[in-house]
Design a protein around this ligand. Structure first.
Ligand SMILES: NC(=O)c1ccc[n+]([C@@H]2O[C@H](COP(=O)([O-])OP(=O)(O)OC[C@H]3O[C@@H](n4cnc5c(N)ncnc54)[C@H](OP(=O)(O)O)[C@@H]3O)[C@@H](O)[C@H]2O)c1
Length: 289
């Protein structure tokens, strides 16, 4: 596959699935703009990817996706980078960055952390980059969801679960929100749009997601659980497929696993919930179409 004329943005491209997807794209010749929250890890990832192929256009931007101000700044920086490349087009955005938090924590914006990073950040960054995606011949928005969305159900009176917090339930809700967001985005774009949105289910993957800032018991459980998972290269292949395959220009399925459409939960395909979540997200991000 030759992607040398393409440019993709990947969030959470400093480890795990995001790093593997960035590597797969770079190996195929694509330009990659990686996003990470740590300057040091961004530098290391950029050096690693640049080492793979000299001609590649690999750049990283540091942004904390739990902060809406950082997301706005990130959007501006990406626009400037592309404009200095002489283009206004972005071929794809991978909303991959994600966290699991066991305890209720709030971001400086006053939002529950998983809701902010796993759901609102994809919503706001996509909104920021949509004009660039629309300028590409076929723009793609791939949001990394999870099988954890099965069984999840949004509590509209308390979507962030601030009153009765349960970390796993809150995580599942954000992964449900990822599918609803993709559904709503396709609805807003309309069937004639050149931009398509997909939710990717990576399966169980051997990454450090459960090891970051979690209590010892959670780390122990995750260490056992992830041992049955695949390497990050497996979902990375599927993400690259969703970003690039021409057969998907007109695809109507929203939820994908291993490069195949998969039945999402009934809650995840509820168009009324998708519209309601869209409205709520607009309010929480202070934007209006
Ligand atoms: N692993 C699985 O089995 C599995 C299964 C289903 C879905 N997923 C989903 O896959 C996605 C990637 O997770 P992963 O398993 O690859 O975990 P990971 O290795 O921990 O990767 C998460 C990435 O997100 C970044 N990140 C976290 N918080 C951020 C913030 N506030 N601002 C900017 N970047 C931030 C991390 O940065 P640092 O490198 O600085 O930590 C890292 O690059 C997540 O959306 C997750 O929900 C994973």
């Amino acid at each position: 596959m030759d992607l040398s004329a393409k440019t993709y943005v990947i969030t959470g491209a400093t480890s795990g699935i995001g790093m593997a997807a960035a590597e797969a794209l770079v190996r195929a010749g694509a330009g990659v703009i990686g996003v990470g929250r740590s300057a040091e890890r961004c530098r290391a990832a950029e050096a690693h990817l640049r080492g793979l192929a000299l001609a590649n256009n690999v750049r990283y931007v540091v942004a904390d996706l739990s902060l809406q101000a950082d997301i706005h700044r990130l959007g501006e920086q990406i626009k400037e980078m592309l404009s200095s490349d002489g283009t206004t087009a972005l071929d794809g955005l991978v909303n991959n960055a994600g966290v699991f938090t066991y305890w209720l924590t709030l971001t400086p914006d006053g939002v529950e952390t998983q809701w902010a990073v796993n759901h609102l950040a994809p919503f706001l960054l996509t909104w920021e980059l949509l004009p660039l995606l629309k300028a590409a011949p076929f723009g793609r928005v791939v949001t990394v969801s999870s099988g954890s969305h099965y069984g999840a159900r949004l509590n509209w009176a308390d979507p962030q679960l601030r009153r009765r917090y349960n970390g796993l339930q809150a995580y599942g809700n954000t992964k449900l929100a990822n599918v609803l967001f993709s559904l709503a985005l396709n609805h807003h774009l309309g069937t004639d749009s050149t931009v398509r949105a997909f939710a990717a289910d990576p399966g169980l993957v051997k990454t450090d997601i459960g090891m970051k800032g979690t209590p010892a018991l959670v780390r122990w459980i995750w260490q056992i659980r992830r041992s049955g998972g695949t390497s990050s290269d497996v979902p990375a292949r599927s993400i690259v497929f969703l970003l690039t395959d021409p057969s998907l220009h007109t695809a109507s399925q929203v939820y994908w696993k291993d490069s195949l459409p998969k039945q999402a939960s009934r809650e995840a395909l509820d168009v009324q919930s998708a519209a309601r979540l869209w409205e709520l997200s607009e309010k929480m991000c202070g934007i209006k179409e």
